[in-house]
Write a protein that binds this ligand. Structure first.
Ligand code: PGA
Length: 251
């Protein structure tokens, strides 16, 4: 059994101005520094304008920085987009790709997500590739098939356990307060683990995160499920106490 260190990732989405973003990140960085040895890696993914200042505020701590999206090109005529090399320049080590809100709001396809992941890998960024079914798809018994298709289409050639993290986020659990049951999470994460075979080097070492209404009250139970190697957290990542409590729930 490969030991996989848990990753607790905060997806701030379109939340946070400079003052509160800096407060939140500095608070978490201070807790991590003061805590000594912990059983998890911690990551914050603020909106683009906050990447540089947050990086400066947390640079001397183990708190990692990531972005919420990137373009597949390095530079050029792509108004409003941000490239992986820019993210690296801003101090990022991670980038979330293919979040269901981007798939829904921007029509991102698996092929586009794979192209972004290739570009991120080229700059040495870890791609957190998001997958997950809608409620209608789950009700129709299609959850496994939907996730298989997303994995097949969005994991690029060259993906390894070091440069790729998978986040399973059932769309119906995001921001709704509903969470998948530990049994459903266990079944889906085992399915994803099996599907990684042949798509990623060292599939047994890839971290598979669960996301969707993770909060302090359900984190310990979810983080104890087989093949759950951390959490991608939205709402609860905006409060230092809650996000920290999710981290320390990891054993
Ligand atoms: P949530 O969001 O924790 O607010 O449900 C999770 C996510 O979308 O990454």
């Amino acid at each position: 059994m490969t030991a996989r260190r848990k990753l607790i990732a905060g997806n701030w989405k379109m939340n946070g101005l400079k003052a509160d973003g800096l407060d939140l990140a500095s608070d978490l960085a201070g807790r991590l520094k003061g805590a000594g040895a912990v059983a998890f890696d911690m990551l914050v993914c603020p909106p683009f304008p906050l990447l540089f200042p947050v990086h400066e505020a947390i640079a001397d701590s183990p708190l990692a920085l990531g972005a919420q999206d990137c373009h597949a090109e390095t530079s050029g005529a792509h108004t409003g987009d941000v490239s992986p090399v820019m993210l690296k320049d801003a101090g990022c080590r991670f980038v979330i790709l293919g979040h269901s809100e981007r798939r829904a709001d921007h029509g991102e396809t698996d092929a586009e997500i794979a192209a972004k992941a290739v570009a991120a890998h080229k700059e040495g960024l870890v791609a957190i590739i998001c997958v997950g079914e809608t409620e209608a798809q789950r009700d129709a018994g299609q959850a496994n098939a939907v996730v298989s298709t997303q994995l097949k289409g969005s994991i690029p050639k060259g993906a390894t356990a070091a440069n790729t993290v998978i986040a399973y986020e059932p769309v119906w659990a995001i921001g709704t307060g509903k969470t998948a049951t530990p049994d459903d999470v266990k079944a889906m994460h085992a399915h994803i683990r099996a599907e990684l075979d042949g798509k990623v080097t060292e599939p047994g070492a890839v971290r598979i995160l669960y996301g969707g209404s993770v909060k302090p009250s359900n984190a310990a139970e979810l983080m104890a499920v087989d093949n759950v190697d951390g959490a991608l957290v939205g709402g609860a990542s905006l409060k230092a106490d809650d996000f920290w409590a999710i981290g320390v729930s990891c054993r």
